[in-house]
Write a protein that binds this ligand. Structure first.
Ligand code: UD1
Ligand code: MG
Length: 422
């Protein structure tokens, strides 16, 4: 089945009070839009992102990170129905399905989207809207059903009568359409509503007048459509995404000593029997092997690949680095832009000096297998320490060191006997 998606991301996001467009705000170093596109791309083969406010920044983000996605400019923003209609010229002869969703609901999962599309197909629907039961439905569009229980229309909060406001089934803002049948609706939307906008939700009533098959798919877990409108929402969503991730890891055999103070990004893979100690923060994309020990108080900043049996101890920060099996960095170190082999010991306080702040260039540190680095060493990149070499404690290493050599830059120790008494 041919499936495409449309992600609405042209809105302003006023309540974020930010220079950054709302959908580019991040949760553990991944943008809100990134979460949505990652979930939907598993199901659809082409994604359209509707951009408007801060269009350039959003376009740039999509172009560099999502090759299967196209951005479509909507200006001015005349409502959600208008937003979707921007894609019509790109889908003139398209006969497959279109999923519509919002760029600010990062918790939606690919599994739910998969179930949603399966429901659409199995129920022979022409339009399926995702709905959810909310104890407090305020601000959402309400699903109005007829006496037989079939979906009749969606009414927005601002247009609703008191009886309609009492309805607890809300529009989650996610739709699945048989495109060729629903496409004509976009020429028929009107703005005769409280907000003077072209409402996407009006396609439901239109479809009923055309005798099309309209259904609602009721969401099982309301968290999945949690939308971000404020910094508070951003913090709440971060917590939810983290909890979900930690549970998934524990189910797969990872020990999380204290889930209440451990943060692991959605894009981090961790092998079984690895133990994550408290106050560890892991953001971005990482791959951690089996039987590793991470933390307490470790910070992995993305682009980190650890083979099996690696130990990253307290106050160790690792960024964009590969580390081979049985290598230890136990205490107080920074490892960035590095490639470390296996069986390496990194002494406490070792720093890879990877950044030249004058040229703004970052360089690489390579440590081959069996290297031992003494405590308080600075490895000034670019630098390679060949297999088995040892670096004496307190050294500043500015050039490559040959295999099995000992390198040491420490000033010689001077002892003056009884100097204190004299
Ligand atoms: C919309 C639904 C409402 C539903 C709710 C779920 C309509 C008319 N109402 O309301 O029934 O319960 O979502 O969250 O659709 N956007 C554009 N271009 C526009 C307008 C909006 O791209 O011209 C984008 C926004 O950036 C946002 C999304 O569409 O991502 C939803 O728009 P918003 O104005 O938040 O709609 P709601 O009032 O929340
Ligand atoms: Mg909204």
């Amino acid at each position: 089945m041919d499936i495409k998606s449309i992600v609405l991301a042209a809105g302003k996001g006023t309540r974020m009070k930010s220079e950054t467009p709302k959908v580019l705000h991040k949760i553990m170093d991944k943008t809100l839009l990134g979460y949505v596109l990652d979930s939907v791309k598993e199901i659809s083969n082409e994604d359209f992102v509707i951009v408007g406010h801060h269009a350039n920044e959003v376009e740039e983000f999509v172009k560099t990170n999502y090759q299967n996605a196209k951005t479509v400019l909507q200006t001015p923003q005349l409502g959600t129905g208008h937003a979707v209609s921007m894609v019509c010229p790109f889908l003139e002869n398209y006969g497959g399905l279109v999923i519509i969703l919002c760029g600010d609901t990062p918790l939606i999962t690919k599994q739910t989207l998969r179930n949603f599309v399966d429901f659409h197909i199995n129920s022979n629907s022409d339009v399926t809207v995702m709905s959810a039961m909310f104890e407090n439905p305020t601000n959402y569009g309400r699903i109005v059903r007829d006496l037989n229980g079939s979906v009749k229309r969606i009414v927005e909060e601002k247009d609703a009568t008191p009886e309609q406001k009492a309805i607890k089934e809300v529009n989650a803002g996610i739709y699945c359409l048989c495109w060729d049948k629903i496409k004509p609706a976009f020429n028929n939307l009107k703005t005769n509503n409280a907000q003077g906008e072209y409402y996407l939700t009006d396609i439901i009533e239109w479809s009923k007048t055309q005798n099309l098959n309209v259904n609602a798919f009721v969401l099982a877990n309301n968290d999945e459509i949690f939308g971000i409108n404020s910094r508070q929402n951003l913090a709440q969503a971060t917590k939810l995404i983290n909890e979900r991730k930690l549970n998934e890891l524990m189910e797969n055999g990872v020990t999380i000593v204290d889930p209440s103070c451990t943060w692991i990004s959605d894009d981090t893979e961790i092998g079984a029997d690895t133990v994550i100690y408290p106050s560890t923060y892991i953001e971005g994309k990482n791959k951690i092997g089996k039987n590793c020990k991470i933390g307490p108080f470790a910070h992995l900043r993305g682009g980190v690949e650890l083979e099996d049996n690696v130990k990253i101890g307290n106050f160790v920060e690792v960024k964009k680095s590969k580390i081979g099996s049985h290598t230890n960095a136990g205490h107080l170190s920074y490892i960035g832009d590095s490639e470390l082999g296996s069986n390496i010991n990194i002494g406490a306080g070792t720093i890879t000096a990877n950044f030249n702040p004058i040229t703004n260039v970052k360089s690489k540190t390579v440590l081959q297998n069996n290297v031992k680095i003494g405590s308080n060493t600075v490895l000034v990149a670019p630098v390679t320490i060949e297999e088995g070499a040892n670096i004496g404690a307190g050294s500043v290493i500015t050039k490559d060191i040959k295999s099995w050599a000992l390198a040491i830059t420490r000033a010689p120790l001077k002892v003056l006997e009884n100097w204190v008494k004299k």
